[in-house]
Design a protein around this ligand. Structure first.
Ligand SMILES: [Zn+2]
Length: 249
């Protein structure tokens, strides 16, 4: 079992240390794996906490999920926490809870092969979503965030001469160019990147001035580190940084 550390902004494990043992389906060999499996440092057990405020809609046992909790959030997003330890559930159906509330303890109940947390996020239609951007804080359950992302995408598309619809896709990605302190350092997109990274919390990028300087490089490197890209401070199609920024992974 290979274990990969993920640096999260919105923890679901109390100690804040998250080690991935099995990834979400689009990055995993198991195409049906609807969530992310996690464990603590050195395979340690930890308490499981709510990623965000919400209402407990399920706190029960099933043969596949084991002891598990479901929380309904803003805009009917749902987070699910599976395989919790028997007797550890701390919340019950109908409880109004806040971000960080302890739900139970990581366990090995249900269809589980060793103690871990299976964490999943679903939209209002109960379609599973990639949990990673929610853990990284790049997405949340409020619509304002989506508007900010859409604005960012529109500005990028406009600056790159791509079709402006606010929905990134292969066509947008194809139009992207390399941005760094050496290449295209004063390109129109630099300012939008600065604004957006600031918004995502990479404040080391400083006040947006449209010029990719040392602060820009530093912030991009931080972003790349958090998102498992090659850490080189250069935004390219090839090193996955554009893909991450446009949420095309
Ligand atoms: Zn799982």
């Amino acid at each position: 079992m290979s274990v990969k550390k993920i640096v999260v902004k919105e923890p679901v494990l109390k100690k804040g240390e998250h080690y991935l043992t099995s990834d979400y389906k689009t990055r995993d060999t198991r195409s049906s794996h609807n969530g992310m499996d996690m464990i603590g440092k050195n395979k340690s057990i930890d308490d499981v906490i709510a990623i965000s405020d919400g209402i407990v809609i399920t706190s029960t046992y099933s043969s596949s999920a084991g002891y598990y909790v479901e929380i309904q959030h803003e805009n009917n997003y749902i987070s699910r926490y599976l395989h919790l330890k028997k007797g550890s559930l701390k919340v019950k159906k109908g409880d109004k809870i806040t971000k960080g509330t302890i739900l139970g303890t990581m366990g090995n109940t249900g269809n589980s092969n060793g103690a871990h947390l299976h964490f999943a996020i679903y939209n209002a239609k109960r379609t599973p979503l990639d949990p990673l951007p929610y853990l990284l804080g790049d997405k949340n359950f409020s619509t304002n965030q989506d508007n900010t992302f859409q604005e960012f995408v529109k500005n990028i598309q406009n600056s790159l001469g791509a079709k402006v619809d606010g929905i990134p896709g292969p066509e947008t990605l194809k139009k992207t160019i390399t941005i760094s302190a050496k290449v295209n350092r004063k390109h129109k997109v630099v300012k939008y990147l600065q604004e957006y990274l600031n918004y995502l919390g990479y404040s080391s990028i400083g006040t947006p001035d449209g010029i990719a300087g040392p602060k820009f490089t530093k912030a991009i490197k931080e972003y790349q580190k958090d998102h498992n890209c090659v850490v080189d401070g250069v935004i390219t199609k090839q090193n996955k940084t554009w893909k991450n920024l446009l949420k095309l992974l």
